[in-house]
Design a protein around this ligand. Structure first.
Ligand SMILES: Cc1cc2nc3c(=O)[nH]c(=O)nc-3n(C[C@H](O)[C@H](O)[C@H](O)COP(=O)(O)OP(=O)(O)OC[C@H]3O[C@@H](n4cnc5c(N)ncnc54)[C@H](O)[C@@H]3O)c2cc1C
Length: 634
């Protein structure tokens, strides 16, 4: 039957960029704190005072039930041991409505706000991160969110009640040859009578083994990458493998083959060729779920760090009183406070629906995934040899089964999926320089003719004549500015000054490197990381001030975090111009050319033992299907 033989084609760097650019949401309809921050305009008014959330007794009640269920029924050690979330946990979570947290009430869901949803993920994720990943992949990138944003009324009616009731969904974009770069997507959806015929192989789909409804990204000839809702049990689908990883052992992650799978035309989401735009827009708020898990990991780490560092005595004192360990404890506390403040702030701004939060959500994903990893690493160090020992081994020796090495393993993937750190740097940097590109982009565009360049010159002249003077002076130089923040005012003055410096640095880099700036990934990464630190500082100050009447100690944590963040930001500023980026790039080229191969001598390698990227052929599956279906309870 198959007429199309999908094969990965050669895609140039330029074409890959064009695909990413076309998928980008180019318009800014609402104010964005993050965008302004990168332009040197510290719009504290967009996030302060802390936006009030609407009271939701039903959501509070759900969280209380989820809390009770998590404590009594979820056995994280068993999931780790068996590398499997038990059927009864799927059913228990479904009974609570956890698969419908983000689905509107009219479709049988709970209609939770982003804030309540993220609190729920933090909670269940702390019992076992694979459960957090199950629920988040299902509702943040799986079928519910794209349908909520782009689905037709008929699609919502047909699919959302099933998902709210406990059917699991998955999101299938990645392929053996498609990771960060979707331009190489090879799964094809060929138009046929009444719909499309899908052929291709999808890699690493979280929930892919258990999902009965899938979002599948496939290329429709002449139309582009398109999102489809696909029945997981449709004829022609084979779940070929359940993958195993460094961490998240309970994850139900698949290799899924599509062979002549018929999908009705009504199952196209949001129009032909709109797939990547849908994926990116879905991630605008979808990206908040990973930080929710990182916050859970931070809180958990703080708990272990506090109890252990007080109890373990070496060299005559609790280890937490030795300065080297004390610094780590302080880092864990401050960073956890910051991750939670950034996440909660993003959630309430998203719920408030007044601002564009795409930059802030991306910043919190980037920041939390990187910092939670450091938190877990420091926790292992504080725990000494016990940090390296598994919880089961600790328990077998009669000690408390703290899953410290597991948390490090489980957290690692957050820096890779839903936008790797490297890709997040580029994505955020693209937004950070958007104002410049929209006025002056044609000047540096090699494809722009003289007329376009001349018009851009006029536009840019007018923009920069207005904008550059605003970067010279600002509120952050007034010694009494932000006085309403009491002891935190000095930190906000710093953020205001640093925001202007950040914008000046970006402008200088654009003038210096012009079109080549996009290749200066070291520079761009630091610009973005400084932005993340400044956003984090702003978030902790605004939160501490809002909570001060009830929780004055929050000010201490905010102050602690800001002191640490300022040092990191200053180091990043210095490294903008004093670094080894270009020598590193040259050295890497020599490494790749094999110049230093002698350094690899004296060990045993397995380099020749298989292809780095497995090839695949279209056609029917040749292996057994390993899908897992959760039977209803008796
Ligand atoms: C446990 C797990 C669960 C997953 N769940 C899903 C899922 O549910 N659905 C789904 O579709 N996918 C899923 N993925 C895939 C995941 O999103 C990809 O792994 C991720 O997008 C990175 O792609 P890649 O692994 O192919 O890395 P590659 O794209 O091959 O990148 C390799 C390295 O190069 C860097 N890099 C790539 N391009 C650039 C560039 N232009 N500039 C600088 N650096 C660059 C990357 O950051 C990375 O460090 C999952 C993966 C794992 C491991």
């Amino acid at each position: 039957m198959t007429t199309t033989q999908p094969k990965p084609t050669h895609v140039s760097e330029k074409q890959a960029r064009q695909v990413a650019e076309a998928a980008r949401e180019s318009e800014w309809r609402r104010p964005s704190f993050g965008k302004e921050l990168f332009l040197g305009r510290f719009r504290l008014d967009l996030i302060d005072p802390w936006p009030e959330s609407e009271p939701r007794p039903d959501a509070d009640d759900f969280l209380a039930r989820l809390d009770a269920y998590t404590r009594s029924e979820i056995d994280g050690a068993r999931i780790e041991r068996e590398a499997r979330i038990p059927d009864e946990v799927f059913r228990g979570l479904a009974g609570l409505g956890a698969f419908g947290m983000k689905i509107d009430k009219e479709y049988g869901g709970l209609g939770l706000s982003n804030l309540h949803y993220c609190k729920a993920l933090t909670l269940v994720g702390s019992a076992n991160p694979a459960i957090g990943a199950l629920l988040s992949a299902h509702q943040s990138i799986g079928v519910p969110q794209p349908l909520k944003l782009f689905g037709t009324a008929a699609q919502k009616k047909a699919f959302l009640p099933r998902l709210a009731g406990g059917e699991v969904s998955a999101f299938l974009l990645t392929e053996p040859d498609v990771g960060s770069d979707p331009a190489r997507l090879a799964t094809v959806a060929e138009p046929v009578e009444g719909g499309y015929r899908l052929n291709g192989v999808k890699l690493w789909a979280t929930n892919g083994t258990v999902a009965t409804l899938l979002v599948v990204m496939a290329r429709v000839p002449d139309k582009g990458i398109t999102a489809f809702v696909v029945e997981g049990d449709a004829p022609g689908i084979t779940v070929e493998r359940r993958n195993e990883f460094l961490g998240l052992r309970g994850l139900e992650n698949s290799v899924t083959r599509f062979h002549d799978v018929f999908v009705p035309e009504d199952n196209v989401i949001g129009g032909l060729g709109k797939g990547l735009k849908i994926a990116l827009t879905t991630l605008n708020t979808g990206r908040l779920s990973l930080p929710a898990m990182c916050v859970g990991a931070g809180k958990w780490s703080l708990n272990v760090a506090r109890e252990w560092s007080a109890a373990r005595v070496q060299w005559g004192r609790p280890v937490g009183q030795h300065e080297a360990v004390a610094k780590k404890v302080a880092f864990i506390a401050a960073t956890t406070y910051a991750m939670e403040s950034m996440l909660d702030l993003c959630c309430v701004i998203a719920d408030d629906d007044q601002n564009d939060i795409r930059i802030e959500a991306a910043l919190v994903k980037l920041f939390a995934s990187e910092m939670a990893w450091q938190v877990a690493d420091e926790l292992i160090q504080i725990r000494g040899g016990r940090g390296f020992e598994t919880a089961a081994s600790l328990a077998a020796r009669g000690e408390r089964a703290a899953e410290v090495e597991q948390i490090l393993r489980d957290l690692r993937i957050n820096r890779i999926f839903e936008g790797s750190t490297e890709i997040m740097h580029l994505l955020i940097a693209r937004e950070a320089v958007d104002a410049h590109l929209s006025v002056a982009g044609d000047i540096i565009d090699a494809d722009a003719g003289l007329g376009r360049k001349a018009r851009a010159g006029v536009r840019a002249g007018a923009f920069y004549a207005r904008w550059l003077p605003t970067l010279a002076v600002g509120r952050g130089q007034a010694p009494t500015a932000y006085g309403e923040f009491g002891p935190l005012a000095a930190h906000l003055r710093y953020v205001e000054r640093a925001s202007r410096k950040l914008a000046r640095s970006t402008f200088y880099a654009m003038s210096r490197w012009q079109g080549k700036l996009e290749r200066k990934q070291g520079f761009l990464g630091r610009i973005v990381d400084i932005g993340a630190e400044l956003f984090a500082m702003s978030a902790v100050c605004v939160r501490a001030r809002a909570e001060r009447p009830d929780r004055p100690e929050g000010v201490e944590l905010a102050d602690l975090f800001c002191r640490q963040a300022r040092l990191r930001a200053e180091a990043l500023f210095a490294a903008l111009w004093d670094n080894t980026d270009s020598v590193d790039a040259k050295a890497a080229r020599r490494v790749l050319d094999g110049r230093y191969a002698f350094l690899e001598e004296g060990i045993v390698t397995r380099a020749a033992a298989g292809a780095w990227v497995a090839g695949w052929e279209p056609g029917p599956a040749t292996v057994e299907d390993v899908r897992r279906r959760i039977p209803p309870s008796d």
